[in-house]
Design a protein around this ligand. Structure first.
Ligand code: CTP
Ligand code: MG
Length: 244
């Protein structure tokens, strides 16, 4: 059985004023409830640990209770000041006997279960770290950032065919993920800290191997207001087509 950590302690600054992002409504349920349900739909997932906003642990617990979640073991811990800290705190609540851990953003409410299963399958098949990802639609340029309002000089244009936009759930051997988070914490305490924006980034930073499996366009992250409009549309289409 795999366990999942769901970092849900962010403010959602880019979504604009309102409740913490994980608690914002999408078609009648909070984003977090959708994200936990998406994981619970996988037969491979037995335990889900949510890292909630530190002030919202009790609220999140009762919220998840009231949305009946397929008899899975669901726990809630207080998250931290950064996503990385939230993941570390969630990971600490997962039994050491667990072999496979997923990390899934509460802000990705619509990930299809096929993606969850594909990530677990790749870890089972021997990978220590797995990320779902999709090809990019846009051409990407590296620039030298300058003061706002000034045109930015382009440095170069990476070959788009070699680029992937990375999603979650990311999957790991539990031991590997716990080890890199512990190392990062030690480095932080010493005044440094690896600059990474996802868990696989930590594995890479410490020399581990990460592989990519196909993600899905519906696993997008709700970041800005327009993403919520898209999520509402995807959910409405699912409900119309299969009584989802
Ligand atoms: N997250 C977390 N703890 C934090 C910050 C972020 O658990 N201290 C979680 C968010 O709740 C989200 C996921 O990490 O599910 C991805 O982060 P992001 O999309 O950046 O969410 P927010 O940090 O909430 O949004 P913003 O950066 O716009 O404030
Ligand atoms: Mg953030």
């Amino acid at each position: 059985m795999a366990a999942a950590v769901v970092p849900a302690a962010g403010r959602g600054e880019r979504l604009g004023p309102g409740a913490p992002k994980a608690l914002r409504d999408l078609g009648g349920a909070p984003l977090l409830v959708h994200a936990v349900r998406a994981l619970a739909r996988s037969r491979a997932v037995g335990l889900v640990v949510v890292a909630a906003p530190p002030q919202g642990v009790a609220e999140v617990l009762s919220l998840l209770d009231s949305h009946g979640l397929d008899g899975k073991d669901i726990r809630v811990v207080a998250g931290g000041a950064t996503r990385q800290e939230s993941v570390r705190l969630g990971l600490a609540a997962i039994p050491e006997s667990t072999e496979i851990v997923l990390v899934h953003d509460a802000a990705r409410p619509l990930v299809p279960v096929e993606v969850v299963d594909a990530v677990v399958a790749a870890v089972r098949a021997g990978a220590e770290a797995v990320v779902p990802a999709v090809p990019l639609a846009d051409t990407v340029k590296r620039v030298r950032p300058v003061a706002a309002g000034e045109p930015e000089p382009v440095l170069d244009t990476p070959d788009r065919a070699t680029l992937r936009a990375v999603q979650t759930p990311q999957g790991f051997r539990r031991e590997t993920l716990a080890e890199v988070h512990a190392k990062a914490l030690t480095e932080e305490a010493a005044g440094g800290s690896p600059v990474v924006t996802d868990d696989a980034g930590l594995v890479e930073y410490y020399g581990g191997r990460v592989v990519v499996v196909p993600g899905h366009e519906e696993a997008f992250k709700v970041t800005r207001p327009l993403d919520l409009v898209l999520a509402e549309a995807v959910l409405a289409r699912r409900r119309a087509s299969d009584g989802f």
